[in-house]
Ligand binder design. Structure first.
Ligand SMILES: Nc1nc2c(ncn2[C@@H]2O[C@H](COP(=O)(O)OP(=O)(O)O)[C@@H](O)[C@H]2O)c(=O)[nH]1
Ligand SMILES: [Mg+2]
Length: 484
């Protein structure tokens, strides 16, 4: 669709690109019945569209297009061409460029009924607005320089945050922490490039072993910071995505009882029959502001039952993604202990992080289990546990938190990476710089090295979106929800 309108200098602007030209609308609050809902409208035509549909309660109120910026108006919202009054609403006006998207934005706060929401949205479309795509408001904010990419990603993270730590890392990112650190690294790189360029231009004055050594030192300092940032992803990913704890072991050892105990509710079915849990049971737990994803699995045993077999396959899939595995032993099945050791060995070969739970501590035979484990297990933590002990959940929770704290903890002022996208870019930058360092050592011509460093700096800029392809922007924003 082509939209023609005039800008402030009365020049006719023809936008062929619907994405930047159209005035877009979407409901920004979730579906379902709520006290109020907010519908957002953004674009040059927003005021004109509202004029057709909004009737101020007070006759002395200005119409939407003439409202003072950052004020609200109360009034009636009409269907297109005044067919009916839909709702009594509050209209808020954010004037370009000081709005979320950088364009004129009107927010309609209406009553949160399904009919009202849909009818108001429909009226906006009939009056000339177009449906906003996923993340389109944020994408416009990015295009208009209101947010950079890391900040836009942080907005999404804040929306999906379930725990205070998730919220805190996202908030830091939204406040520009990461962007500033990345910009600083880029500045440092450009300074090195400038020094190299000086040597290329004025070799007789600028080239010296000392100067070359200084450049080599600078590059290795930059790469140290990059390496630390890459390593911080182990910690950062867990904060953003949650700590994955998977409970595994033979049937009937008390896995589901452990899950229930940690959750403080009877989530998974517990029976004395082996093979009760056949599917994966996922649950969420928040310990000290950290999101924990707990997974209870089917007991690992050979079985002919098709359903149980599938359950065991899923158990192995869950184990692959685990950050921490609680491998549960029970004093009641000494005949499977040896097999358990084999299972653990296999998991350890896959670099899994395992803690042994010596379960059913309340049983008399527990001592034998302890002796067996002490004899056969080294280098793994062994926790005694009984589902019938009131305080058991507290010590296990504390243990989970301590284990998480050990994961790649970084210094507080260091860069903390929480997105795989950022880590991949940092890794690429790191290897480019390493290549440049090598080339420098091997006396490769300086213009080649300068080119390599230039590429590294540009690569780094993909994190904040200062240098970024259209496709990447589309991919990132398409993961957002409609209305944001
Ligand atoms: N004595 C004792 N029995 C337990 C304990 N935990 C679980 N059980 C019992 O062991 C049986 C199997 O428990 P369940 O949690 O379903 O084990 P799962 O098959 O590994 O998930 C049930 O009869 C539970 O009541 C415990 O700590 N002590
Ligand atoms: Mg079970």
């Amino acid at each position: 669709m082509k939209t023609n309108f005039e800008n402030k200098n009365n020049e006719q602007i023809i936008h062929n690109d619907k994405e930047t030209a159209a005035t877009i609308a979407a409901v920004s609050t979730p579906a379902g019945i709520s006290g109020i809902a907010v519908i957002r409208l953004s674009g040059d035509q927003a005021g004109f569209i509202c004029d057709q549909l909004f009737q101020p309660m007070n006759k002395n109120f200005k119409k939407p297009s003439q409202m003072q910026a950052y004020t609200v108006g109360v009034g009636y919202w009409h269907a297109y061409q005044k067919k009916e009054i839909i709702d009594q609403i509050v209209l808020t006006f954010f004037k370009a460029p000081h709005s979320y998207t950088g364009e004129d934005v009107y927010e309609i706060s209406c009553h949160g009924g399904q009919y009202i929401r849909e009818a108001i949205l429909q009226s906006l479309f009939e009056a000339g607005a177009e449906p906003a795509g996923p993340g389109e408001f944020s994408k416009r904010a990015f295009i208009n320089g209101k947010l950079n990419l890391t900040e836009a990603e942080a907005v999404m993270d804040m929306i999906s945050a379930e725990s205070s730590r998730q919220n805190q890392v996202a908030l830091q990112q939204l406040r520009g922490n990461l962007s500033k650190q990345i910009d600083k690294l880029r500045d440092q790189l450009y300074k090195v490039i400038a020094q190299i360029e000086m040597i290329i231009e004025f070799p007789e004055n600028e080239d010296s072993p000392e100067k070359r050594q200084m450049i080599a030192n600078r590059l290795s300092e930059i790469n140290d910071v990059l390496q630390q940032a890459i390593a911080s992803f182990t910690h950062g990913r867990i904060i953003r995505e949650g700590f994955q704890v998977v409970i595994a072991g033979q049937p009937n050892v008390g896995k589901s009882s452990l899950l229930n105990c940690l959750l403080g509710e009877d989530r998974a079915i517990v029976t004395s029959e082996a093979g009760t849990t056949r599917d994966i049971v996922d649950a969420q737990l928040i310990i000290d502001g950290l999101s924990i994803h707990l997974t209870d699995t089917a007991g690992l045993r050979l079985t002919e039952n098709i359903v149980e077999k599938e359950g065991i396959n899923r158990a192995y899939q869950a184990l692959e993604k685990a950050d921490l595995i609680f491998y549960v032993f029970s004093p009641e099945n000494p005949n499977t202990w040896q097999q358990d050791l084999e299972e653990i060995k296999t998991l350890l070969n896959q670099n899994k992080n395992i803690t042994i739970i010596a379960g059913k501590r309340d049983l008399q035979e527990h001592q034998e289990l302890s002796t067996f484990l002490d004899r056969h297990i080294d280098n793994l933590d062994i926790l005694d546990f009984s589902a019938f002990d009131d305080q058991a959940d507290l010590s296990i929770k504390k243990y989970i938190l301590q284990t998480f704290e050990k994961f790649g903890k970084t210094e507080s002022d260091a860069i903390l990476i929480t997105h795989l996208r950022h880590r991949n870019i940092l890794e690429k930058t790191f290897s480019h710089i390493q290549e440049a360092e090598q080339a420098f050592e091997n006396q490769i011509p300086l213009d080649i090295i300068s080119g390599l460093l230039q590429a590294s700096a540009e690569n780094l800029a993909e994190i904040t979106g200062d240098q970024v392809s259209e496709e990447l922007i589309d991919t990132i924003f398409s993961e957002f929800c409609v209305g944001k």
